[in-house]
Every structure is written in structure tokens, then in C-alpha cells.
Design a protein around this ligand. Sequence first.
Ligand code: ACO
Length: 323
Amino acid sequence: MVHSRIAGTGSYLPHKVITNADLEKLVDTSDEWIASRTGIRERRMAATGETTGDLAFEAAQRALAAAGVQAGELDLIVLGTTTPDLIFPATACLLQHRLGANGCAAFDVNAACSGFMYALAVADQFIRSGSVRKALVVGAETLTRMLDYGDRSTCVLFGDGAGAVVLEASDQPGIITTRLHADGGYKHLLYNPVGVSAGFQLDQPNAGVRVMMTGNEVFKVAVKTLDRMVGETLEAAGMHESDIDWLIPHQANLRIIEATARRLKLPMERVIVTVDRHGNTSSGSVPLALDEAVRSGKVQRGQTLLLEAFGGGFTWASALLRY
Ligand code: ACO
């Protein structure tokens, strides 16, 4: 049986740091409020002209180097993003060309903050089916481009960044199971009101583009849903809480992360936390945290990792894997 395994990871953060003190100058907020409610202390912002594709390119190059894989060997590129460079072509196609991987399949996945997890599950299925041997999976975002820096309830939460993994076919897992879910009935709690066929004004294309979120309602559903999903994931794999070495969660809010860790009976020392320095980078969040954990030496080969995310849609997804 064919499995997929992570052969290498990479990530990239733009240079500009926005601290909570910087945001105190823009909106009626405080470092104390942001840190105590979310765990966030700072986040990154892409430079003028720096795009999601640019961040993805840097992260992808690092993942390919870590895996010892040449771009030309790739059979598939799947990129999770809600902030593509262009409406079309897909950012995955722009990335493919810059990497020199022309010819392989390349497409974007939009599942908001679960984008990377969806992309990972899709690539895993292609490898399991035997049609792909090597895949590049990316989560990349420039969410600060669509934030309203007059709205304190959203502008303090998000940041820019990208992470990537190279998946390879293997006779050993690798990815043990992935779970994907969505419920479009929650659209009203978290959305951007402007698309191409709704809300778009040709003479003012940026008008109305912003993150709309009823944060406290999202919070409650996220905690309950993640609780349910980690149970479902363990059951699908026939594993127990005690089998997990590391939880690598979506980095939206430290209090949500702590609730999931409690559900798994995992001490916070076994949870990768980057939300304090990255904020919520949406699709970038899980692969950024994974790459940081790998490069710091925390995550070791052979360990069991539980990755999960929750975001707009609502979407939620997980992956249980042996690194
Ligand atoms: N600074 C100071 N006060 C603030 C700020 C701020 N930045 N933002 C909101 N407040 C105020 C509110 O106005 C409110 O004031 P009131 O009591 O006078 O009405 C008060 O703080 C409490 O507001 P809540 O929204 O109830 O605060 P809560 O503790 O829920 O924290 C937060 C808000 C951080 C947004 C939290 O609810 C959260 O993290 N939600 C989940 C976000 C998430 O996971 N999103 C999914 C992924 S995102 C994606 O997919 C794109």
C-alpha cells in the first residue's frame, strides 16, 4: 500500500513586525487586551508589492531544499490561500512557473484558515491513489491586505506568512488519516463580503473588502468543533490521546489552543505555539508552526503529530501523521 510522508518542511515570514503597541496607535486597544484575549504579541506584514506568491515561493524553496527534491521532480502543487495574487491564474500556477516545475498539476484550495489542511489531505489522496509520487503543499496568505485598520475587533488578529511541505510516496505512513469538514450555514459569522460575482465594483475594486467576524460566536463553535474533531481523528486511526507526541494546531487564539490541548490531556509543553509571534496567518499557520517545530529540533522523525485547523466556511480539518 502506498502512503505519503513529509520529506521536508519550509516557511517564510515577511520582515516587517507589527507589535501590539503599533496597533495601540491605530485603534482603541491595548497590549493587555490583545495578549490576554488572544495570546498575540506581534505579527508580520508583507511589504508593499510583496505578494502571497512571493511568500509561498520562499517557503516552497526551503521545503524542497529540506526534502532534497528538485522542483522538476514534482507531480503536483496544491496551495491553500484566501488571498491569491490574482483572481486567476491560481497562485499555485504562478508558483509552479517560478520554481521551474512547469507541466505538473497545480491548483489553489480556498478553505480559509483550514486551507493548508485541505491541501494536505488532497495531496495525500493523490499519492495514496498512486497517481502522484512527489507533491508540494503550501499554505500562504497576505491577510493584512484585506484588514480594516479601523476595526479593532479584527485588525489585531491577523498576520502574513507562508509554510510548505514536500510529500513523497512511501511504503510506510506518513500520514495516517486526514479528516475534512465544512458547514456553509455559518457563513454569516466569518466572511469577506466582496467577491467577483458579488459586491465587486469595477471602478472601486477594493471597496468593502474586509474580514467580517462575530469573534465570540466563532470562538464557541471552534472550541466545540475542534473538541469533536480530535476525538473523531483518533478514533479513525485507532489511536489514543497518549499516542500523540505533538499537537500542531491552527494559531488563531491561545485560549482555543489550550482548550484543545486539555481535551487531548496534553501539557502545553507538547503543543507548538507560534500565535504570540505570528498572529493568525490563516492557511500559513499550521505549516509555519510545523516548520518552526522541525527546525528547532522539537519535532523528531518517528514522532506522532496531530495537525488541526478551523476557519471561515466554516471549515475544519485534521491530519494525524508519523513525521
Ligand atoms: N481591543 C480592545 N477591546 C476589544 C478589541 C480590541 N482589539 N476587540 C474587541 N474588543 C471589545 C469588544 O468591543 C467587547 O466590548 P464590550 O464588552 O464593551 O462590547 C469586548 O472587547 C469583548 O469582545 P468579545 O468579542 O466578546 O471578546 P472575546 O473574548 O470573544 O475575544 C476574539 C475576541 C479574540 C476575536 C475571540 O472571540 C476569538 O479569537 N475568536 C475566534 C477567532 C477565530 O478562531 N477565527 C477563525 C479563524 S479566522 C479565518 O478563518 C479567516
